[in-house]
Design a protein around this ligand. Structure first.
Ligand code: GDP
Length: 196
């Protein structure tokens, strides 16, 4: 299906799952550690400048931000995780919110998991991948800031992911991504089109 990414507009921010819109149509979610480049990726993929606000302060975005592409398709910007200075109680709340959303949302078609390509597969990323696989949820890893990698580092990264992602069901895919150097934007859009 052709998805009119450029038509994406902000719908609302919610703090609790119960406040989400009705669980119908298609949702594509974006998750990632704070500062991984999730907001930048959302802006680049939709082609809408300043759609998701890039964070000067990591961990600032604590709400789920919803965007509408068409009446049937939404993008869901999940709170960034892994920010060291967040109190433990709040971390636990986010864990619960993310796991419940990923495992129970009927309209969720796929997850884009943004990881800084220089720091892939941190603990909580692995946690998310486990939830996704257990929920049978297709997950596409965007290895962000790929402009910062040398050729050799790219080869090593590929090898590292091959060795460390255990995914017999074939639900997990990955690609290099850079909003700055326009790497992988078309490929990421294609994946989302496949899902909806
Ligand atoms: P978020 O917290 O995951 O939403 O991350 P942001 O999108 O706010 O990005 C965090 C930082 O990484 C910002 O300073 C961005 O300018 C930078 N950044 C994001 N994407 C890229 C990229 O493709 N290349 C480079 N070099 N920097 C990037």
């Amino acid at each position: 299906m052709l998805v009119p990414f450029q038509k994406t507009t902000f719908i609302m921010s919610v703090a609790k799952l119960i406040q989400l819109p009705d669980d119908e149509g298609c949702e594509i979610a974006f998750a990632g550690r704070s500062n991984a480049g999730k907001s930048t990726a959302l802006n680049a993929i939709t082609g809408v400048k300043n759609l998701a606000r890039t964070s000067k302060t990591p961990g600032r975005t604590q709400t789920i931000n919803l965007f509408k592409i068409t009446d049937e398709i939404r993008l869901v910007d999940l709170p960034g995780y892994g920010y060291a200075q967040v109190p433990l109680a709040m971390k636990k709340e986010w864990d619960k919110l993310l796991s419940q959303y990923l495992q129970n949302r009927e309209s969720l078609r796929g997850l884009c998991l943004v990881m800084d390509s220089r720091h892939p597969l941190k603990d909580f990323d692995i946690h998310i991948l486990d939830w996704a696989v257990s929920a049978n949820l297709p997950t596409h890893i965007l290895l962000s800031k790929a402009d910062k990698l040398t050729k050799l580092e790219k080869i090593k990264l590929e090898q590292f992911l091959k060795n460390n992602i255990i995914d017999p069901s074939g639900l997990i895919t990955y690609q290099l991504f850079s909003a700055l150097k326009n790497i992988g934007i078309v490929e990421a859009r294609k994946k989302i089109c496949e899902w909806v």
